[in-house]
Write a protein that binds this ligand. Structure first.
Ligand code: IMP
Length: 441
């Protein structure tokens, strides 16, 4: 069967911990969108692994697939693989030949375009990894795919076509100097060598074919979504979004496995008990003004600084309309709620239950970002719960969670209409309380 893990909010919900927990039962862990903009932290026995591209399952010795829907920066890929090898792991990572390659000029353009957009507040606060420009070229049918790296002549043709256009864009539209990142010869030399290494290490696959065979053979597939539903290019707060589909439908399109296969499996939404946001755009439940000390406290306690960029994250109360939207768009079968411990010991705990919008009360997210910016949260208050020994709670199980915190969890589960499969009360694998393993249904 398949289990698809999806971010329910704005990314950074702690998906890596659940992928790691349930990845134990999986044979193959698949990323289906995004690239090295994702920051997955996996903690095992006190050892911390920070990954941005290699699927988290690699820490568990699973086969990791970067599906055709991903955008792959081979420099990052090899850096991460080499680092994991130095730490004694042998990650088995295969890359879809249909996946698109993030080239140095994509990264350069990401920064240039963000800068240009910032004058009109249209910058998304990207991670600067070249994600958007690479997906643009994919849709514009001028991208370079992993399969192209394996054939130096094809690679040359592709570069000869696209690079002069990019160079002209930088020089003539933005009036800047294009550097080494726009030099066809240098790019060809480096990326043909990358193609050789990928071939030598047997790292490229037809992901759809490979996964089909594994699934037919009865193997368990875990789809690891990156980012989150509210920054999905179709279902998120456009234009403050990433350029791919983190939502569950992306698992099929971005891996080559049929939607009927993904749909017969489980789709688990990962929820952070409050909200954090690394990029720009409206955020109705954001803690600002007199609530700033509270936001600072949660940020520090929850370690809310970007894994990829190190930027401090914006903090807000749980936004329930956002979760209802995610539950519908993804077809969740269950959820996992993380970071419950971070809210312990507060004087007040609130959630945005609905929005007040132009005189109405609405329960889900409006379609345009301008409308979303006009939404005021309708807050619901919960009895706070005390700070406790969360390691002991995790050992004892769900019933040991303070009663008020369980009331909070019940509310969230009812609001999204699906059961809770796991609760995270700390960063270590042992601090995730499992109520149900989605592979065992
Ligand atoms: P990009 O994906 O780098 O193009 O960034 C687009 C938007 O998505 C920005 O607002 C980023 O902050 C956000 N974003 C991208 N990746 C992540 C992630 O892994 N977690 C949280 N936000 C992300």
């Amino acid at each position: 069967m398949t289990v698809t893990i999806v971010g329910s909010q704005l990314g950074d919900e702690g998906k890596g911990a659940l992928v790691d927990l349930w990845g134990g039962a999986a044979d193959v862990v698949v990323r289906y969108q995004g690239g090295d903009n994702a920051g997955h932290t996996v903690v095992e026995g006190g050892d911390e692994y920070k990954l941005s591209l290699v699927p988290s399952g690699a820490v568990r010795g699973k086969v990791g697939i970067l599906g055709n829907g991903c955008v792959v920066n081979p420099r990052t890929l090899f850096d991460e693989i080499d680092t994991l090898r130095k730490r004694g792991l042998e990650p088995d990572v295969r890359v879809a030949e249909r996946a698109h390659v993030i080239m140095p000029y994509h990264r350069a353009l990401d920064g240039i375009e963000e800068e240009a957009k910032s004058d009109s507040d249209l910058d998304a606060g990207t991670t600067g990894r070249g994600i958007g420009p690479t997906y643009e070229d994919k849709a514009g049918r001028r991208g370079i795919r992993v399969g192209d790296l394996l054939d130096p002549a094809v690679l040359r043709d592709r570069l000869d076509y696209v690079v002069p256009q990019k160079r002209a864009l930088v020089e003539e539209v933005f009036g800047l100097d294009a550097g080494e990142a726009f030099d066809v010869d240098a790019l060809h030399e480096e990326y043909a060598a990358i193609g050789e290494r990928l071939a030598e290490e047997g790292m490229t696959v037809d992901s759809g074919q490979y996964l089909h065979e594994r699934h037919e053979a009865g193997d368990e597939l875990l789809f690891e979504g990156a980012q989150g539903t509210s920054i999905d290019i179709d279902h998120g707060i456009y234009p403050y979004v990433t350029s791919s589909n983190p939502t569950a439908g992306g698992a099929a399109v971005g891996s080559g496995v049929g939607p009927t296969v993904v749909g017969q499996g489980e789709v688990v939404g990962i929820v952070k008990a409050y909200l954090s946001r690394v990029g720009t755009g409206p955020l109705p439940t954001e803690l600002t003004g007199t609530d700033e000390p509270l936001a600072d406290h949660i940020r520090e306690k929850g370690g809310e600084f970007g894994t990829v960029t190190g930027r401090p994250r914006r903090i807000g109360w749980l936004d329930v309309p956002m979760l209802r939207h995610a539950a519908r768009a993804n077809g969740f079968t269950g959820i996992a709620v993380n970071h419950l411990d971070v809210l312990a010991g507060l004087d007040e705990v609130k959630v945005g239950h609905a929005y007040a919008f132009d005189g109405d009360e609405i329960e889900t997210v409006p379609t345009t970002t301008e409308q979303w910016a006009r939404c005021e949260p309708v807050l619901k208050e919960f009895e706070p719960w005390p700070e406790v020994d969360w390691t002991a709670v995790a050992e004892a199980g769900y019933e040991a969670i303070p009663e008020n915190a369980r009331a909070y969890l019940d509310y969230v589960s009812t609001a999204v209409g699906v059961p809770i499969y796991a609760v995270g009360v700390g960063p270590d694998r042992a601090e995730t309380i499992e109520l149900h393993d989605p592979f065992e249904r």
